[in-house]
Design a protein around this ligand. Structure first.
Ligand SMILES: Cc1cc2nc3c(=O)[nH]c(=O)nc-3n(C[C@H](O)[C@H](O)[C@H](O)COP(=O)(O)OP(=O)(O)OC[C@H]3O[C@@H](n4cnc5c(N)ncnc54)[C@H](O)[C@@H]3O)c2cc1C
Length: 286
């Protein structure tokens, strides 16, 4: 498979909070443009020197907008319980972290996947992400905002609920806050942390509780995690109106437990889970 991949190089690397989260970009080694893609799709990435026991490419959602194919942006977490024995660094991300120097060679193939906004015509789009599962939503919102800037109209309402453990893991927070401050662009950003009691930087401008529990709260269901979900004061009304099986579609990305839990509360409320016209559209990261 590697023989069919294109050669690219790391063109940007920035850590988010700790050293274990990074936003990085790649550019093609021959300076050509990357292929066209839809916001929400993923690429496959690999290195020549991945561990021999698992040299397979890994899928990574593209966080950059389709309007820029000179560089692709990704949002990655260093997996600390991966590898062959399940106790060492993830085989791909362990290698990626060794290659964070600008100019390091990487292999890429893409695009793939059907996790994109054309899957539904519904006007209310609720995007729920855990951790780096935010990446495809960053691409979608960036693209929708570009379209809105060109046309000065936007007929959908997009909400992103982003769940992390600690507030310093809220990648893209500044950008998403500034997009949601643009009142004519129908976008609401709801960051939430699941360990506020262990988070020195936590304050009530951020919601608390797991992402799936904030969704449970808006659906009037009891929470499943340890922390009782509390929406930030500033987004008091933002959860109202999102529970509408006639109007709303849910895009869920990241941790499969979050995806299974939210799906299990949406299905009995009449949301269509599968097939054409599905209102619950999912991307499991593992
Ligand atoms: C369609 C798709 C898109 C993806 N996009 C992204 C992305 O944009 N960013 C990203 O960081 N990962 C993404 N992933 C996950 C990615 O493909 C790898 O599985 C991940 O980087 C771990 O690879 P590894 O070889 O380092 O770990 P491995 O040695 O293969 O260990 C795998 C274990 O790592 C854990 N794990 C995997 N992904 C994550 C994660 N994101 N957060 C926490 N734990 C994880 C799980 O416990 C999994 O069983 C995506 C997966 C899919 C299927």
């Amino acid at each position: 498979m590697r023989d069919r991949m294109e050669e690219a190089y790391i063109s940007h690397w920035e850590t988010v909070g700790s050293n274990d989260l990074a936003i990085f970009r790649i550019a093609r080694s021959d300076d050509q443009l990357f292929w066209d893609f839809k916001a929400g799709q993923y690429a496959q990435l690999a290195f020549w020197d991945q561990p021999e026991y698992d040299p397979r490419p890994r899928q990574f959602s593209i966080a950059s907008t389709p309007s820029n194919n000179s560089e692709l942006e990704f949002y990655a977490v260093l997996v600390r319980e991966g590898g062959e024995d399940g106790k060492s660094l993830g085989s791909f991300t362990g290698t990626l972290w060794n290659h964070q120097a600008i100019g390091s060679k990487i292999l890429v193939m893409g695009p793939a996947g059907r996790f994109d906004l054309t899957r539904t015509d519904l006007k209310q789009v609720v995007c729920v992400a855990t951790g780096t599962g935010l990446a495809p939503f960053v691409s979608m919102v960036r693209e929708q905002h570009e379209l809105y800037r060109k046309t000065k109209s936007f007929d959908r309402q997009i909400t992103i609920i982003h769940g992390v453990s600690y507030s310093n893991e809220l990648g893209y927070r500044d950008e998403l806050e500034s997009l949601s401050a643009d009142n004519d662009f129908g976008f609401t950003y709801i960051p939430t942390v699941s360990r506020p009691d262990q988070d020195a930087d936590y304050n009530d401008s951020i919601s608390c509780g797991r992402a799936n529990d904030l969704v449970r709260l808006l659906l009037n269901e009891s929470h499943s995690g340890r922390i009782t979900p509390v929406p930030a004061k500033s987004i008091n009304n933002a959860l109202v109106g999102l529970d509408n099986p006639q109007q709303a579609a849910y895009y869920l990305c990241g941790n499969p437990e979050m995806i299974a839990d939210i799906t299990s509360v949406l299905e009995p409320r009449g949301y269509q889970i599968k097939g054409r016209g599905a209102q619950v559209i999912t991307e499991d990261y593992w």
